[in-house]
Structures are given as structure tokens and as C-alpha cells.
Design a protein around this ligand. Structure first.
Ligand code: GAL
Length: 918
């Protein structure tokens, strides 16, 4: 619905066109079209079409302002006065929704910013006062803003003369401009969050990009979207690049819409249950097989499948030619059979037509070699061309299935960062520089952070900076560390770009992506990513070895703490052997269920496998599945069906998260990255092995520990173990000191506290940032050669590392010494708390010998009967206690009330207490 009215202003009446949505209005937008301050009216597409569409898509009342143009002697600040007048008139009304935005296109964007500036108090002015009247907007929507003069890096097509003419016409001169005329020159602090739409081939694009950087620099949240294939003013030409105009309106509408709490679990109706299923790849099979599939799925108790993960080549067999018929049929078939769909955006593996047409999307390794198609994940996270094609398909897919009742969740891409996280291409170099500019603002900051006076690496231009490509020796360590941070962020950025579209089209469907919290995989900083998924989903595969089971528990445990208090989803694991290890051993009887239930014990409310039906062809034909080559008549299918039944019996525990323990093992991805860089005292150090050893030793002792990200709230823990906490910024140093001063007991190890966030050594002796807290000082590291060991006075044997530890504080006691002399394990009492240090690698056997010295003063005891300690892992989840057999023998449970007599080898018993059922 639209209506024309006039608002009285200081220069006379101002025409306003009002657009009302059909349903309940949730937001208000005051909008100013563009036209170089001299052209444009309320009928142009940029005013009329944009207002109508944003009103419809965001349930917003849009006020499109017919401000006075700079013609016939009208000049700055008259147009701003007009927009500002309408803004104050709108915001004074109390019959309108509370969420209020200001926006505009091109010159209109400049007017919107200038108006917002008038409502924004100057932060540190001597007398705090608003710059002028009117409520501060909640957000700004800025389409290809013309925000600067002189205009940065003006491109071809628009001559300097043209821009000068625009400015001279508007302000009357081109020098000594008022800061809010082209408001990039104004003080921007205090402005509301800005959503900046850029036209890809706009010669004014640098102005929008500079504005985004300026806003971020002063702490104003700003995000941008580049509309592919467009030129300046593209909203005014909706028929030229319809997809991009649609996406641009979607970008604004999603920002404008009143925020809703994102759904935190599947979109489905019915009683709570633990979901059960697999990746399902029906495109690999003839149609007739699908009916057998769904029949067998029902038999096994499957409730959900992840669909379409690698189906790009089938869904878009040629550019913009779509074939959704087969997927429609599969989804309908699943729905008819009561099976939910976790629908993947099929962007993990670009199809041959795309890589043939655009080989520039292929990643490049650090030696400069192209990563060719043939497998999967052959795309650069930073390629604008890949992004454009991927997002177009995501949009088409999301629109097609938005309302399908089977659609329960979005599965973005697949294992983002599997194979393509570290890309060294020119696209990556460009994006890396932008990322660095945001981090350091100027080159002096970067040069200082990277210590570039070492080896004559000082940078004079941003363009000189490269990813850490193959070089003649160790590359600058801070450059390497920043590249790791950047690479994790670049993939997250791709995830966010897909999510933005999915949220825009299906705000009620949760969005997630499958993490890889497993074994040595550390390229994505998942504690940081976790804030962006509606629920955590993880893929976990075991690797053979004595700590394989504990490693599974450790990873599951961390998944349960990435979003504290929320259940998570095991998106993939294997029913038996994988196909990608040097030797792929099958699981032993009982392991399939034990592994699954261990994940459930640590908070998983969904248990899925890769994959439903074992492939006949392709690189994974020897990877196990729920339905193996042998068919339904197989031990695997039987175990799968049993597991389905077992999970159904556990529905009472859904929604509960893990019950916290008294002990935490801290994981810090930045320390993990930094501690394992090259040119270090030893290249043998493995961060996660040390952390896992602590976890194993605690389980051996009968203690359940929480595995938590370093940013977690540690104050509730009696004992915090932070192994190899190598990178300690000043704020973390303070947090740990406060934790100990508050009565907490901290334990840390060799190579901790050594560097700050720039990877610069803390000076004065090791362990640097933690030296005073620990009451010790170390002058030199003494890593051990392979086969060398350092025996301790308590019988433990140190390997890998040793140190000459000097005790510097009388409150520091030596708990164990090296037999060759010198303190090896120390503990400093600090009031009711303490800080302990282990200077060598003790492995679980050695750690067991010192654990009592750490646990007893912290008041931590095992919750298990003595006979079960070490043999059984206890996990507590709401009303349930899980007893998991860690051995290959049966365990007598007669000491446990309510439990069966025996816990079989590789067995799991779940005891649900009726009293605590929530
Ligand atoms: C995962 C991947 C699956 C499958 C599986 C095999 O990394 O997401 O598509 O390849 O490994 O173990």
C-alpha cells in the first residue's frame, strides 16, 4: 500500500511517499534516492521499486523522501535538512514500530549518513551534547554511497570533472567542504551499524569500501555486500542484472527485518528425540534403489538425512541451467516416509563447467602449484567468481525449498576448510591485505606487529605483502600466524555469506555447518566459529592408537562446550572402517554403539554417519556406511538398527547439555597454531597430544574433566589445566592471575606463557607472562632428542622437553625434581589458590604420578567407586549418568546402584534418574 503526503520543513513542504506492508509492520525506514544531488524523484526505481520491495520483504513502513534537489540555487545543506526533517517527524511518532532505519542510495546515502550524524552525540566532546535533534537510527542502509571528495581511487568511466561538477553544484565549491557534505570526512564515531551495498564494477566503489573501513576503525559495526556484475546505481536498473538486484534487496531486507532469535535446533514438530541418520547421496544410485533406501531407513529408525552435499553438477549441469526435478522427488519421498532433510548447499565441489570456464577459482598451494579439479574442495575461499556462482545457486536452492515441510536445517557447504583452507593465490593475497588493514590500520602497526626489521622485511606499501608462500627458510612467524587467523576467517566469511542468504529466505530454519573437531585438525578456530552457527555440528573419525577412544571423548566433550548449555549434532562418523588412513581397520563388535553413545554422553542430540549406502563407484567405495556393500544382511546393518532402537530409548535426555565437572582442560587454537610453528626449540611438539594426555590421565584417575575453549568462564572450576598455553596476551595473563587469586588452581606446562598475540616473546625469562604467577624462572629450554629422557624423582619419565627451573618465590614448592638435578614440577600457593608447572612431557603414566598432588589441594575427588576408576569413563548429562567401558574386558558394576551386574567390553550403560528428570 502506498500513499503520498507532505511534511512541513524549514524550506517548505517535503513530498514523502509512504509504503506499508500487508502484514504487521516491524520496522521503519526513511529512504533517500540517489541522483548526484541534482537528479531523481519518487518515481524512479531506486526510490519506488526499492521502497516497495523493502517494505514487502522486511515488513517495514518505508518513507521515501522527495528532498529538494540542488537545482535553481538550492544547495547544501537543504537536501540534508529535508531528510532530517522527515526523520525527526517519523521518529517523533509513537504509532510506528521501534526499529528505525535510515538509508539511501549514492548521493542519498550521503544524505542518510549526514542525517544520522545530526542525531549522534559527539562521544568525547567537552560538553556531551547531541549534534542535533532526532532519535539515533538503529541501522543505516547505504547503497553504493558517494561519501568522499576527493573520491578515492576513482576508476574509469566517471571523470574527475564529473565528480567535481557534482560537488560544486551541491556545495557551491570544491574546497573547504563542510564535513557532512560528503560525510566520509566527518567524525563517524557513534553512528549506528551500517550495511553497505556495493556495485561490483562501480567507479565509486572505493568510496563505499573506504567508508566501511573508516566506520570499523572508529568501532561502528559495518558490513558490506558486493552485488556481482553490477555498475553504479544498479538498483535503478532492476532488469539489467535481476539476480543481483534481488540479492541486493535481500541484503538490505535481512538487515532491516526485526531480529528474531535464531532457531537453535531443527525445524520440526513432535516429541523431542535423538535424531539418527546419515549423509544420503541418492544421485549415485538409480531411481529404483531410492525406494529400497527409504524402506531400510525406516527399519533402521533413521529420522534425518543430510542431502545434496556434492550435487552441484547435477543441480546446475550448465551455467544457470537448473535441474531440481530429481531432488524434488527425493525430498518428497523422504517426507512421505517421515524422514527430515538437513539440506546441504552443494558448494563444496564446484562442477567441471565452472572450473573450465573460470580456472581462476582454483586454489594455489604455497609452492605456487594449482590445485586442479579431480577430487573436491577445489575452490578459493576468497575468489569473488566462486562466491558469485556459489551464492547464486544457494539463493535458487533456498527459494525452492524454503517452505518444504521436510526441510529441518541448512547444512552449509561441507567441512569448510577441509583441503582448501590455506590458499596462497592472488585472490588470497588481496583478501589477506584487506584483513591486515582491518587488524593493524596502518603499515606502521603491521611492521611493528610482524617485527619486520628482522631480515629487512619492512613494508612500504600494502601491495608488497604476500601470503607466506614458499620461501628460502622460515617465513616471518607473525605473518604465518596472521595467515592462519586470516584463513580461518576467510572460510568463515564464506560461511557467513551463504548464511546471510539462507537466513534472509528462511529465517525459521537453523543454519549450521559440519565442523571437524577431531584429532590433529586445527585449521579453523572453532570456538570462534561457534558464535555463527545455530547449533554446533561435528564430524568425527577415530584414528587407531592407544588413546583413540579417549580422543573421541575429548573431541565430543569440546563440541559440548563450544556453545555452553546447548546440545549439538554429530553430523558424521563411521559405522566401521574409513578409506583414507594408511591402513583402514574395521570397528570391533560394540564399537559402533559405544562411539555413538559417547558422543551422546557429551551432549549430542543427533547421531549421523557418513554415509547411508556405501558407494559403488568413486573414491569412497571402501568407506563403511550404514548399509554396506554386503547389504542389509550384515553385522553392520544389524548394529545400526540396534543403535536406532537404543537412541529412541534415550529421548528423555534430549535438550540437556553436559553437566559441568570440577576440572577443565583448556584448548586454545591460537596457542596450538603458535606453539607448532617452525624455527622453534623442537619440531616434535604436538599441542593436542599434550592436552589429550592430561585428559587420559584424568580419566585413568576416574576424574571426568570438561574440555573448554580458553575464552570460557573458568571461575566455576576448582582445577584448570592449560597445557602448552603458548600465546598469552596481557588480558589472558590477567584473567589467569585473577582466577588463581580467587582461589582457583591452575596447572600449566612447558612452552606456556612464552609469546603475546603478536608472537613476540615476553621478556625477563620464561615462562614469560606466567613467570610471576608460577613463581619460577627459566633461562633456557632444553628439548630432548628422540630416545632421550629425563627421569624424575617420583619415578615419572620426561621426554621431548626439559628445563632448568629456578624457583623464585618462597611459596613455590618443588613437587618433583629431575634426578639429574633441578626442579621439574612446581606448585606455588597463592592464598586459597595455586599455580603449578610441569616442565617436561610426562605422558599419561607420568601425569598419573603427580595428579594427586594437584587434585587433592584443589578438593577434587573421583565420583566413581574405586574399582571402576580408570576402567570406566563417567559422563553426566542432565538426569543421565553414562558409564562407558574404556577397556576391552567386561567390568563388574555391582558397586553401582541401579546398574546391571556387568558392563560388557566396549559397552555403555546409561542410568537415568527419575528424580532429576527435567
Ligand atoms: C568427511 C566428509 C565426507 C566423507 C567422509 C569420509 O570428511 O565430509 O564427505 O568424505 O569424510 O570419512
Amino acid at each position: 500500500m502506498r500513499a503520498d503526503l507532505e511534511v512541513a520543513g524549514p524550506h517548505g513542504p517535503i513530498p514523502v511517499r509512504v509504503y506499508e506492508p500487508a502484514g504487521q509492520a516491524e520496522a521503519v525506514l526513511v529512504w533517500a534516492h540517489g541522483g548526484g544531488f541534482r537528479h531523481g524523484d519518487l518515481d524512479m526505481a531506486e526510490a519506488d521499486m526499492v521502497s516497495a520491495e523493502l517494505s514487502r520483504r522486511a515488513n517495514a513502513i518505508v518513507f521515501s523522501v522527495g528532498y529538494r534537489l540542488a537545482v535553481d540555487g538550492v544547495r547544501y545543506p537543504v537536501p540534508i535538512d529535508d531528510v532530517h526533517t522527515v526523520w525527526t517527524w517519523v521518529t517523533a511518532r509513537d504509532d510506528l514500530p521501534n526499529r528505525r532505519a535510515l538509508g539511501g542510495a549514492s548521493a542519498g546515502a550521503a544524505l542518510a549518513i549526514a542525517t544520522a550524524l545530526r542525531t549522534t552525540p559527539v562521544q568525547d566532546a567537552e560538553v556531551p551534547a547531541p549534534r542535533a535533534a532526532g532519535d539515533r537510527p538503529d541501522l543505516l542502509l547505504l547503497a553504493y554511497p558517494f561519501a568522499h571528495f576527493p573520491t578515492p581511487m576513482l576508476g574509469h568511466g566517471r571523470t574527475l570533472d564529473g565528480v567535481e561538477d557534482m560537488v560544486r553544484n551541491y556545495v557551491g565549491r570544491i574546497s573547504d567542504l563542510p564535513p557532512d557534505a560528503l560525510p566520509g570526512a566527518a567524525r563517524l564515531d557513534g553512528l549506528p551499524p551500517a550495511h553497505i551495498l556495493l556495485s561490483e564494477f562501480d567507479d565509486l566503489r572505493p568510496s563505499g569500501e573506504l567508508l566501511e573501513r573508516q566506520l570499523r576503525e572508529v568501532g561502528v559495526p559495518a558490513e558490506s555486500f558486493v552485488a556481482p556484475g553490477t555498475t553504479h546505481g544498479h538498483l535503478n536498473r532492476p532488469h539489467d542484472v535481476p539476480d543481483s538486484v534481488d540479492a541486493s534487496l535481500g541484503f538490505f531486507a535481512a538487515a532491516l527485518r526485526a531480529p528474531r532469535e535464531a532457531p537453535r535446533w531443527l525445524r520440526r514438530e513432535g516429541e523431542p528425540r535423538i535424531e539418527f541418520g546419515a549423509d544420503y547421496n541418492p544421485e549415485q544410485w538409480p531411481r529404483a534403489v531410492w525406494d529400497d533406501d527409504v524402506r531400510a531407513m525406516r527399519e533402521a529408525g533413521v529420522t534425518i538425512v543430510s542431502l545434496g552435499i556434492f550435487s552441484w553438477a547435477r543441480l546446475e549441469p550448465a551455467e544457470r541451467r537448473y535441474d531440481f526435478g530429481w531432488l524434488d522427488e527425493v525430498i518428497d519421498l523422504l517426507h512421505t516416509n517421515g524422514i527430515l532433510v538437513d539440506l546441504a548447499t552443494p558448494t563444496a565441489s564446484p562442477p567441471p563447467w565452472l572450473t573450465t570456464k573460470h580456472p581462476e577459482i582454483l586454489p594455489v598451494d604455497r609452492d605456487g602449484r594449482t590445485v586442479w579439479p579431480g577430487a573436491r574442495q577445489h575452490w578459493r575461499p576468497t575468489s569473488p567468481v566462486f562466491r558469485e556462482h556459489a551464492l547464486r545457486l544457494v539463493r535458487v536452492l533456498a527459494k525452492r525449498y524454503a517452505d518444504h515441510p521436510a526441510l529441518a536445517a541448512w547444512h552449509v557447504n561441507n567441512e569448510l576448510g577441509c583441503h582448501n583452507v590455506h590458499d596462497y593465490s592472488d585472490d588470497a593475497a588481496r583478501a589477506f591485505r584487506i584483513w591486515l588493514r582491518e587488524r593493524y590500520t596502518d603499515l606502521d602497526g603491521l611492521n611493528a606487529a610482524w617485527g619486520t626489521d628482522f631480515w629487512s622485511q619492512r613494508y612500504g606499501e600494502w601491495e608488497q605483502i604476500l601470503p607466506p608462500r614458499h620461501a628460502n627458510g622460515p617465513v616471518n612467524p607473525t605473518q604465518q600466524l596472521d595467515f592462519k587467523r586470516f584463513s580461518s576467517d576467510a572460510l568463515k566469511d564464506h560461511y557467513l555469506a551463504e548464511r546471510r542468504i539462507l537466513r534472509e529466505i528462511t529465517p525459521d530454519v537453523p543454519v549450521t555447518t559440519n565442523f571437524m573437531v577431531a584429532g590433529p585438525i586445527n585449521e579453523m578456530n572453532y570456538p570462534d566459529w561457534a558464535a555463527e552457527v545455530d547449533f554446533v555440528a561435528n564430524d568425527h573419525y577415530t584414528r587407531p592408537g592407544p588413546q583413540s577412544r579417549d580422543e573421541l571423548s575429548f573431541s565430543a566433550n569440546l563440541c559440548g562446550n563450544l556453545i555452553p548449555g546447548r546440545p549439538w549434532f554429530l553430523m558424521e562418523h563411521s559405522t566401521s572402517a574409513v578409506n583414507w588412513q594408511p591402513v583402514n581397520v574395521p570397528k570391533l563388535p560394540g564399537e559402533l554403539a559405544r562411539d555413538s553413545l559417547t558422543h551422546v554422553a557429551h551432549g549430542a542430540d543427533g547421531v549421523c554417519f557418513f554415509q547411508w549406502r556405501q558407494s559403488r563407484a568413486g573414491a569412497e567405495k571402501f568407506h563403511s556406511a550404514m548399509l554396506p556393500h554386503a547389504g542389509k544382511s550384515s553385522a553392520i546393518f544389524e548394529a545400526v538398527t540396534d543403535l536406532g532402537a537404543r537412541l529412541r530409548s534415550l529421548s528423555a535426555i534430549t535438550g540437556f547439555s553436559r553437566t559441568p565437572s570440577a576440572v577443565a582442560v583448556v584448548i586454545d587454537y591460537e596457542s596450538w597454531w603458535a606453539a607448532e610453528q617452525d624455527a622453534h626449540p623442537t619440531d616434535r611438539l604436538r599441542y593436542r597430544d599434550e592436552a589429550l594426555d592430561w585428559y587420559t590421565a584424568l580419566l585413568d584417575h576416574g576424574i571426568r574433566a570438561d574440555v573448554v575453549p580458553v575464552a570460557a568462564d573458568l571461575t566455576g572450576y576448582r582445577l584448570v589445566v592449560a597445557p602448552i598455553l603458548h600465546l598469552v596476551p596481557a588480558a589472558l595473563k590477567q584473567r589467569l592471575e585473577d582466577y588463581v587469586a580467587g582461589g582457583g588452581h591452575l596447572v600449566t606446562t612447558y612452552f606456556s606463557g612464552i609469546v603475546d598475540e603478536f608472537d613476540h616473546a615476553w621478556l625477563g625469562g620464561y615462562p614469560g607472562a606466567l613467570r610471576d604467577l608460577l613463581g619460577i624462572r627459566v633461562e633456557e629450554f632444553a628439548p630432548l632428542l628422540d630416545g632421550e629422557s629425563a627421569p624424575l624423582s617420583n619415578g615419572a619419565i620426561g621426554t621431548l622437553w626439559s628445563e632448568r627451573v629456578e624457583v623464585t618465590d618462597p611459596a613455590t614448592k618443588v613437587l618433583a625434581a629431575y634426578t639429574g638435578g633441578g626442579a621439574a614440577v612446581t606448585r606455588r600457593e597463592v592464598g586459597a589458590g595455586s599455580a603449578a608447572y610441569i616442565s617436561t612431557r610426562l605422558r599419561p603414566q607420568g601425569l598419573l604420578l603427580i595428579l594427586d598432588d594437584l587434585l587433592i589441594p584443589a578438593g577434587v575427588t573421583s565420583e566413581l567407586p574405586p574399582d571402576l576408576r580408570g576402567r570406566v569413563e563417567l559422563a553426566v548429562r542432565g538426569p543421565a549418568r553414562f558409564l562407558i567401558n574404556r577397556t576391552t574386558d567386561p567390568v563388574d558394576l555391582s558397586a553401582v546402584a541401579g546398574a546391571p551386574e556387568t558392563l560388557p567390553a566396549r559397552g555403555v550403560v546409561v542410568l537415568i534418574s527419575p528424580d532429576t528428570r527435567g
